[in-house]
Design a protein. Structure first.
Length: 451
């Protein structure tokens, strides 16, 4: 898994002196004008994690962390660097390059950082070399007219696998490391619609294809509804529309519910298929997991021209997980205690058993969880348990966690019993963006069997 090295602050503070010189019986000299303030600069330097060599032509998109809107986009030069003149604030990066794994990893939220005023902030990025990068090319192009922050999707006509990226403020986008083949392109953003179908093709004879995606303003559809809080105090939560395959958030299609009426409205939705989700952010709430389990596909929605749909949500208080996990206000992966992590949490009221699941960065389940028919894929975890070790039941086929890789774990509470070992009534779960952790490169001595 990729490692992000950053947050190197180069401080340069200038002092401006205003000097008044009084003449003898004459007029004062003109006041010396103050020196201009130092610029606020972000410099991104991209290197290969394999040998620290500089990576040219990396596509770097800069976003404001507060609203997920693309601010600037650029390509790294021969020195592996791109420079942005920006304003003070919180930002995050999306970086990709041919032959390297992208940052952030698939299905992992980006990591925000702060840029100080009148300062140069340097973000040093290491990209891991992509394994099996042969027989791949890339698709580049523009959204026309140039509108920032579209979700760009490319779906293989052969395998139906989807690849996602974002367009920058100049409308430019680039999708690296795509297997040879033909792709259906899509551009999604609130208030816009594609004007016509667009395809891209890459092969050993033509490893790059350049396309133009025409879009126009579009009134779109409406999704509205209410939020009910179960066994928890009323609050506000985000309602968000996601692409079903990549789980990427569609720009502009996320709103906060009304704390007084507990209602929400999402307008200007482009035609297409989505997953609607409540409380994606780390706010202490989760969608009622029992409803999700008993209504598979219940949050899959589709819109045609000027539809108006209603969808109500029930949310409840989340299970508090303690370690290993990223903090609630960040998606920075927390370093686990060992290569065989111990997962800990706070006991949840009324729980009679727990279910745990560990996934890799692509969302593949490695251990635990439960099936669609309710059967649980690990041994019983009692209500008084507040920790377990990875693969504590030694399930056949469970892979070892790889040093340096990033994973995510999730926990559910249920009213079931050991006798039935069946999902009866899920009463809560941990939050969707918690439980992100990294496996250490070198385990502590006790895990090596040393004194």
């Amino acid at each position: 898994m990729k490692k992000i090295f950053g947050y190197m602050m180069v401080l340069a503070i200038m002092t401006t002196l205003t000097i008044y010189v009084a003449g003898c019986g004459g007029d004062d000299d003109p006041v010396t004008p103050p020196a201009p303030p130092d610029p606020t600069v972000l410099e991104v330097v991209v290197r290969s994690a394999a040998d620290s060599s500089l990576v040219e032509n990396s596509n770097v998109v800069l976003y404001q962390a507060e609203n997920n809107e693309a601010v600037l986009r650029g390509m790294t030069d021969a020195d592996g660097m791109v420079r942005f003149d920006i304003e003070v604030g919180n930002y995050f990066l999306n970086i990709s390059a041919q032959g390297y794994n992208a940052i952030p990893p698939e299905n992992i939220a980006p990591i925000p950082f702060f840029v100080a005023a009148e300062d140069t902030t340097v973000e040093g990025i290491l990209l891991n070399v992509l394994e099996n990068a042969g027989n791949t090319g890339y698709v580049e192009g523009f959204v026309v007219p140039a509108v920032n922050n579209f979700l760009i999707l490319a779906e293989s006509q052969t395998t139906q696998e989807k690849y996602a990226t974002a367009s920058g403020p100049d409308g430019f986008f680039i999708l690296y490391n795509m297997p040879f083949g033909t792709y259906d392109m899509d551009a999604l953003k609130s208030g816009y619609q594609m004007d016509e179908p667009v395809t891209a093709s890459i092969s050993a004879q033509a490893e790059v294809d350049t396309v133009s995606i025409p879009v126009s303003e579009y009134q779109g559809s409406l999704l509205k509804g209410s939020v009910t809080f179960l066994a928890s105090e009323n609050s506000t939560v985000d309602i968000t529309l996601l692409d079903p395959e990549t789980r990427a958030v569609v720009p502009g299609l996320s709103v906060m519910s009304d704390v007084s009426g507990l209602n929400y409205r999402i307008e200007s939705i482009p035609d297409g298929d989505y997953i609607a989700w409540a409380s994606l952010k780390n706010d202490g709430y989760v969608i009622d997991p029992d409803w999700l389990f008993k209504n598979p596909g219940g949050l899959d929605i589709s819109f045609a021209t000027s539809d108006s749909l209603e969808l109500n949500f029930s949310v409840t208080g989340a299970i508090t997980i303690l370690s290993p996990t990223n903090p609630a206000d960040s998606t920075y992966a927390f370093m686990a205690d060992s290569q065989v992590p111990t997962f800990t949490w706070v006991a949840y009221p009324s729980a009679k058993e727990y279910f745990i699941e560990v996934r890799d960065h692509s969302g593949n389940v490695l251990w635990g969880g439960f099936n669609a028919d309710g059967t649980v894929n690990h041994d019983f975890i009692a209500a008084d348990a507040t920790s377990v070790v990875y693969d504590f039941d030694s399930r056949p086929g469970t892979p070892a966690l790889e040093p340096g890789k990033i994973y995510q774990w999730k926990l559910w509470a249920d009213k079931g019993t050991q006798g039935d070992s069946f999902v009866e009534q899920l009463i809560s779960s941990s939050e969707d963006l918690r439980g992100i952790f990294q496996v250490p490169e070198n385990p502590p001595k006790q895990y090596l069997g040393l004194e």
